[in-house]
Design a protein around this ligand. Structure first.
Ligand SMILES: Cc1cc2nc3c(=O)[nH]c(=O)nc-3n(C[C@H](O)[C@H](O)[C@H](O)COP(=O)(O)OP(=O)(O)OC[C@H]3O[C@@H](n4cnc5c(N)ncnc54)[C@H](O)[C@@H]3O)c2cc1C
Ligand code: FES
Length: 308
């Protein structure tokens, strides 16, 4: 069975070793983690869209001169809770799974991550959540990534190319500026869709790269230009800010295309215990909305289920 159509119910708390921690933009980094060989079995069924929780409680702050001024006030906060991260790639190797996390520095935990060096250790809990699914009858996958929503979408693109040759993916990536696109500048987006031979469209709010405006405008334009293509053979996958997910879902509904969105919530436990990550959803039957857990029922939901 391939990576996408197999689910993982089991998880573990593993000691990972840092392989690299490259800066790939002003605030964006790519972190390579080597998990131990005994993690292979539970990570073998990992799907793009699933996530891990990383314990950064013992990771020290970087030197004071490397702390951005806007984060100086909250930098010293104690890190009590693990932090959730999607994977941008996962390779199962005999020595253990190799995981790539692409992260953006936004607060005390991600700031601590910037100081990680080759050989450092971290506790990684996973696999967690419910990832993207690939319905067998689809032939076109429209992949929409907004800002730091790119990592699981990039990973999904790679899995589609390798395991689902009958599906043609096309990528749409948007961010505020070119520098906010979480791809490796030095390799000219080589880690992005282009390196996989996938047609992709970029939008930046300030026009610093490609289309000036929203990534959803590129999606709408593409759909209009391909009006004759069968919508029933298409599936949309999206990860990014909630207003973008709401807009993508609206477009998908207007076009009658199946749409899976990866939602974000602040998470404490990450596996259904604290009940702190509710997502308001429409029930299959009845009028009253219900709350589902982002960490356990999601983070990937059918877009039409979510009340935006
Ligand atoms: C399923 C999932 C997958 C994720 N994958 C990635 C990833 O691949 N790369 C990445 O950089 N980040 C990812 N995140 C977000 C990441 O967990 C947060 O950026 C991180 O926890 C911030 O920790 P911090 O202590 O640095 O900042 P904090 O002080 O905890 O947060 C800084 C600010 O960021 C916002 N924020 C933080 N976490 C969330 C959240 N979960 N939902 C909405 N707003 C939030 C809040 O406005 C907060 O004020 C993911 C989150 C989830 C739920
Ligand atoms: S994070 Fe605790 S229930 Fe979802």
């Amino acid at each position: 069975m391939d990576q996408l159509n197999k689910s993982t119910a089991r998880k573990g708390d593993f000691r990972a070793v840092v392989l690299y921690n490259h800066q790939i933009g002003a605030r964006n980094y790519s972190l390579g983690l080597q998990l131990p060989a005994d993690a292979d079995e539970v990570f073998a069924g990992f799907r793009p869209g699933q996530f891990v929780e990383i314990d950064l409680s013992r990771t020290p702050l970087p030197p004071i001169d490397l702390i951005p001024a806007d984060l100086a006030d909250k930098a010293g906060r104690t890190i009590l809770l693990r932090r959730p991260f999607s994977l941008a790639n996962l390779d199962i190797k005999p020595e253990g799974p190799l995981a790539d996390v692409i992260y953006r520095v936004v607060g005390p935990a991600t700031l601590r991550m910037t100081g990680l060096r080759e050989g450092d250790n971290l506790q990684v809990l996973g696999p967690l959540g419910h990832g993207f699914e690939v319905p067998a009858e689809k032939r076109r996958a429209l992949l929409i990534a907004g800002g730091m929503g790119a990592p699981p979408i990039q990973y999904l693109a790679r899995v589609l190319v390798h395991d689902h040759p009958s599906i043609k993916p096309i990528g749409f990536a948007g961010a505020k500026t070119e520098d906010d696109l979480p791809f490796d500048r030095s390799r000219r987006c080589a880690d992005g869709f282009a390196a996989m031979g996938i047609e992709w469209h970029v939008a930046t709010d300030d026009g610093s790269l490609a289309h000036r405006g929203l990534v959803t405008e590129c999606l709408q334009e593409w759909l209009t230009a391909h009006i004759k293509q069968d919508r029933r053979a298409m599936v949309i996958y999206a990860c990014g800010p909630e207003p973008m997910l709401a807009k993508v879902t609206r477009i998908a509904q207007q076009e009658d295309i199946l749409c899976q969105v990866s939602m974000e919530r602040r998470m404490a436990c990450g596996f259904g215990v604290c009940q702190g990550c509710a997502v308001e959803c429409r029930p299959v039957e009845g009028e009253e909305t219900i709350y589902r857990l982002c960490c356990q029922d999601g983070p990937v939901f059918d877009g039409k289920e979510v009340v935006f």
